[in-house]
Design a protein around this ligand. Structure first.
Ligand SMILES: C[S@@+](CC[C@H](N)C(=O)[O-])C[C@H]1O[C@@H](n2cnc3c(N)ncnc32)[C@H](O)[C@@H]1O
Length: 307
């Protein structure tokens, strides 16, 4: 597994192609198979790169890391049953009310087997985990000893997802860029053997805290208390398209740094939203992808004209 956020080319609002080249090289030169590409969405990611996103307003927030699963054969061991998710509200309703087998607008022919309650849903390859750890034993351990905590720690649920899906108890996991050894901590908890390599000694000194804690490693997996705690909702991209006339785009693509007379625009705030009575306000639930509503909502006039 490789988590790689990608990078921006210095000084221009364009992306480096490095990580795509790496992917091609690992497969075409070194013979790995790309078993699947995942995308880790960090809902708490700050709006960066600030110059392009909040100052010139010419790019959107960079909030996704690509997480690539490479395998030595096309058939690495794996089970998606290890990472199932609760059914979404719409799917639960569908299971309750029953599903009328028919051809979907997408062209897929869905049989009545679709409405079988399997207890949980198969997740999409988009993984939503906020990176908001602020009060862990690890951080307290570092603080008490004057050790600088690792600045780019992953949420434990990220390695945990793949360790659960792709390994069995007793298997060995190698993390060659271990940082604060969050992978090691997860492996201890899940009874996998592990090996971590890290260049910076101070990170390893801090990482000791993960294993010296009495009572074993700290479980970071969030126990689901209710749906609001387990689902991240993302607005439909059209929710604010209200027919208002847009400000003309800068012909130079934002190359000239302009300061607007409107202070709200400079501070990155959006203009006040005036809702349109004709537009429905649909919300896409990212994790509801396994079910389409029984009766799809009619697209609004504005939406259909964009297709
Ligand atoms: C993104 S961090 C990993 C963070 C880690 N997953 C965690 O949650 O704490 C990448 C780490 O790789 C280390 N690193 C970079 N090059 C390395 C190398 N050649 N050998 C070993 N470690 C290296 C860096 O010092 C850094 O701590």
């Amino acid at each position: 597994m490789i988590d790689i956020g990608g990078a921006w080319n210095p000084g221009t609002p364009t992306r480096s192609l490095y990580h795509f080249k790496l992917l091609i090289m690992l497969c075409e030169t070194f013979g790995f198979h790309l078993a699947q590409d995942f995308y880790w969405w960090n809902p708490s990611r700050l709006p960066t790169p600030a110059e392009w996103v909040t100052v010139r307003r010419i790019r959107v927030k960079d909030a996704i890391d690509a997480v690539w699963w490479f395998s030595k054969t096309p058939w690495p061991k794996a089970s998606n049953r290890r990472v199932l998710q609760p059914y979404s509200k719409s799917m639960r309703e569908l299971l309750k009310k029953g599903y009328r087998a028919k051809k979907r607008p997408s062209g897929h022919d869905i049989s009545d087997k679709f409405a079988v309650d399997n207890g949980a849903a198969i997740p999409p390859n988009l993984i939503a985990i906020p990176n908001t750890e602020s009060n862990s034993y690890y951080l307290r351990y570092c603080q008490e000893r004057g050790i600088t905590p690792h600045p780019a720690r992953y949420p434990a649920a990220l390695p945990e997802y793949f360790i659960r899906m792709l390994t069995d108890e007793g298997d060995r996991v190698l993390d060659p860029f271990a940082g604060s050894r969050v992978t090691g901590e997860v492996c201890e908890r899940l009874q996998r053997r592990w090996l971590c390599v890290e260049l910076v000694e101070e990170y390893l000194l801090g990482a000791r805290g993960r294993f010296e804690r009495t009572g074993g490693p700290e479980p970071e997996t969030k126990a689901a208390s209710d749906e609001d705690d387990t689902y991240y909702r993302m607005p439909h991209p059209g929710i604010l398209w209200n027919g208002a006339t847009d400000e003309p785009l800068s012909a130079d693509g934002g190359k000239t740094r302009r300061v607007s007379a409107d202070p709200a625009r400079n501070s990155g705030q959006t203009a006040p939203f005036r809702p349109s009575s004709s537009r429905p306000a649909p919300l896409l639930d990212l994790l509801e992808a396994e079910a389409e509503p029984a009766t799809p909502a009619k697209p609004s006039r504005d939406q259909s004209s964009r297709q």
